[in-house]
Design a protein around this ligand. Structure first.
Ligand code: TYD
Ligand code: MG
Length: 423
């Protein structure tokens, strides 16, 4: 930057900046500055969630339930980064190096040039990092690390905070990327990853339903890329395999359309993903009907039920309502509203939705419908998976080029009338 002799004004303001402290006027900043260097590990699902590979000297937190597969994922990542030329050290505070090596062999990574260390004392780890000077250090897990400067047990809030702070500060100073693994813990017991979230550049959560074989890596914060990006993996005996076409996976158990089922054409981060919403609506034996949701927001469900009742005159009082996202994905997009309403109505009326149709659109409290962003991407994905019709709000930017038939609805009442006849 300073060699940039042509920018004399900038050089001038720099010396000014020195006199006034370190503040720089925004317009004086060199916008041509190169983006931070990144390394791709070759596991495309991971590289994308990171925002396009690992940024040098960045700090990343990977959180998740115990047993969800974090150590497996990160050992695979360590091997991949090491193979792509990054000096990588994997520090386990939970397993002996022999155990980690066995795991690596099981994952067929025995020959990857990863350095392994078993340590929990922060001072030892910093010394190791100081002498080894790796490009990437993985700390599994932050809850097992302890600093002798802090007078409490490993896993306590003050230890986790101190360890994370020291590791990230040290790594930034020395240009090392660090990945901290954090177990999500039952509230109140020991410190979970939330304590660390604000100290790192990127926060990823590894999620999945226990009964299901696939896992989702989701970015909830990313200083270097889009939040809400997901990577999809399948668990196998040989570790995690990438799922390059998640829509096909999420819809794989679906046969002919059943009442209560609606396929939502969603967007997760930068990628379109189709998922099936399943609803069951049945008379309740209880005085208070049940509302049960898996994979979606419970209060959003209450809102949709209220809108259906007060704007379209379709009561759900006296009916139990169960709503489920098939496959264990957590959907957060407001555009899922219309798919949820479709699944609920289809279940209530015991009438299947049109075959080969996808649904998307946001519902407002007035019963109006709002077009969803990235309509074109949703349509393309739906078409790729063999769908021919899209039920969506009017006014979305849908072009004929996608080859899908658009069934456009001005509001929820028209939707109910059109799809389920008069309502
Ligand atoms: P592990 O990576 O140890 O989970 P965490 O570090 O989050 O606690 O995985 C838990 C168990 O699941 C472990 O015994 C290995 C097994 N496993 C597989 O067999 N295949 C896989 O693809 C994954 C992710 C895990
Ligand atoms: Mg582990």
């Amino acid at each position: 930057m300073s060699e940039d002799a042509g920018l004399s004004a900038q050089a001038g303001s720099k010396s000014l900046g020195k006199k006034r402290g370190n503040a720089i006027v925004l317009t004086d900043l060199n916008t041509e500055e190169a983006p931070p260097p990144r390394t791709y590990c070759g596991i495309a699902e991971l590289d994308r969630v990171l925002g396009g590979g690992m940024v040098a000297a960045s700090a990343t937190l990977v959180g998740g339930d115990p047993g969800i597969g974090k150590s497996t994922l990160l050992l695979q990542a360590a091997a991949a980064f090491a193979r792509s030329g990054v000096k990588t050290i994997y520090v386990s505070g939970e397993e002996a190096t022999a155990q980690v090596r066995l795991r690596a062999q099981r994952l067929e990574l025995g020959d990857a040039p990863v350095q392994l260390a078993a340590a929990t004392n922060l001072r030892d780890i910093l010394t190791t990092l100081e002498t080894e000077k790796p490009g990437l250090a993985i700390i599994d897990s932050i809850q097992t690390m302890w600093s002798d400067q802090v007078d409490s047990a490993p896993g306590s809030v003050s230890q986790v905070r101190a360890a994370a702070h020291e590791l990230t500060a040290f790594a930034k100073r020395r240009g090392i990327s660090v990945v901290l693994v954090g177990h999500v813990t039952k509230e109140g017991q020991i410190a979970g990853p939330r304590v660390v979230e604000h100290m790192v550049d990127t926060v990823l959560y590894f999620e999945g339903e226990r009964g299901h074989q696939f896992r989702i890596l989701r970015s909830v914060k990313n200083r270097f890329g889009a939040a809400d990006e997901i990577g999809v993996f399948e668990m196998t005996g040989r570790g995690l395999q990438e799922v390059t076409n998640p829509s096909a996976l999420f819809l794989s158990e679906r046969g002919t359309p059943q009442p209560g089922s609606a396929v939502f054409a969603g967007i997760e981060g930068t990628r379109p993903v189709l998922v099936e919403f399943q609803a069951l609506v049945a008379p309740t034996p209880h005085s208070q009907p049940r509302r049960s949701v898996v994979g979606w927001d419970g209060s959003r469900l209450a809102m949709i039920l209220a809108v259906l009742e007060s704007r379209c005159g379709i009561p759900f009082a006296g009916l139990d309502v169960y709503l489920n996202v098939a496959g264990g994905l957590k959907v957060t997009e407001p555009a899922a509203d219309l798919a949820v309403a479709a699944a609920l109505l289809s279940a209530r009326e015991d009438s299947a939705l049109p075959e080969a149709a996808v649904v998307f659109g946001e519902i407002s409290l007035s019963g109006g419908l709002r077009p969803a962003p990235q309509t074109e991407n949703r349509l393309k994905e739906a078409q790729k998976l063999g769908f021919t019709t899209a039920i969506a709000p009017s006014g979305g930017k849908a072009r004929a080029s996608s080859g899908m038939t658009m069934s456009q609805m001005p509001d929820l009442t028209s939707f109910v009338g059109e799809i389920f006849g008069a309502g």
